[in-house]
Design a protein around this ligand. Structure first.
Ligand SMILES: C[S@@+](CC[C@H](N)C(=O)[O-])C[C@H]1O[C@@H](n2cnc3c(N)ncnc32)[C@H](O)[C@@H]1O
Length: 271
């Protein structure tokens, strides 16, 4: 623990009241996050020159822009199309063809859990079109941050965000709208359904074939992560896959019931 940390810890009693109020306002349980979250909030308060938690809560409560900044800072929305591209090519070249063979049909139910501004679920939609799988329903795309979901629905991105997409896919699925921006075409948009959701609290649908939950759980504590991965296990059909982020190993995957299917890829065993 650094000197700066020890100056902040233990959290003052007002932090407890602040946590309760934040849960009431946003549904976010700050206790579900690791200890760094307290430090991050403290840094944010310093940045805005706010001295007490009470004052900080009032600011967030009364100013939608500040609330959005708080959520952004807390949850970090960084993402891009086909992030960690090799993982996507593994889905395309190994996992999806294997599903065809095993299922004998091509209907695949997909979920981007913690979808941020839409790059990941739109990548899934594009992949489904490229591999010609029929999705029985649009790709489910959920996030706790209403602000990013609004951006996702617009589907407008800087060209930097599509650097990993093959050139012919860019031509097929995006419209150049000038000023270095592109917009996803409406056929792609139609394949994604955005939904406001809190992965920690909400109940999940079931019967998914592939769930992506990548770069979402970094601030979750170990118990929260385990509980979430168990919920994903139940939401998958037998034989379905959970893909985590490029550094996110599930240490207790065997206890949960998963088998390892490759790096950062877990499978609910087939029946
Ligand atoms: C870094 S982005 C990851 C986006 C994408 N999955 C990727 O890997 O590129 C993390 C997202 O998780 C969302 N998130 C964090 N906690 C969440 C929760 N409890 N429920 C739903 N979404 C959450 C954040 O709002 C943020 O948009």
């Amino acid at each position: 623990m650094s000197l700066q940390d020890s100056a902040i810890y233990p959290a003052p009693p007002e932090y407890g009241i602040f946590k309760k109020k934040i849960q009431g306002l946003t549904g976010i349980d700050l206790d579900a996050y690791k200890y760094q979250i307290h430090r991050r909030i403290h840094m944010l308060m310093q940045r805005w020159g706010v001295k007490t938690y009470e004052e900080y809560f009032r600011t967030i409560e009364t100013n939608p822009e500040k609330l959005r900044e708080f959520l952004n800072y807390l949850t970090i929305n960084v993402t891009e199309f086909f992030r960690n591209a090799n993982r996507w090519w593994e889905l395309r070249d190994r996992i999806i063809p294997q599903m065809y063979r095993e299922l004998g049909h091509q209907r695949i139910k997909l979920w981007s859990a913690g979808c941020s501004s839409g790059e990941e679920p739109y990548s899934l939609a594009i992949l489904s079109m490229e591999t010609k799988i029929a999705t029985p329903q649009p790709v489910l795309a959920g996030d706790i941050d209403q602000g990013v979901l609004e951006k996702a629905q617009e589907g407008i991105y800087n060209k930097r965000q599509i650097a990993n997409a093959p050139k012919e896919w860019v031509a097929r699925y995006f419209t150049d709208i000038g000023q270095d921006n592109v917009q996803v075409k409406k056929e792609v948009k139609a394949k994604v359904k955005f939904k406001h959701m809190n992965l920690i609290k909400d109940r999940f649908e079931s019967g998914f074939d592939i769930i992506l939950c990548r770069n979402v759980v970094i601030y979750f504590g170990p118990e929260t992560k385990s509980a979430l991965y168990k919920k994903f296990f139940d939401a998958l059909r037998p034989g379905g896959y959970l893909m985590t982020g490029a550094t996110e190993q599930i240490f207790d995957h065997k206890q949960i019931g998963f088998e390892s299917a490759g790096p950062f890829l877990y499978r609910r065993p087939p029946k």
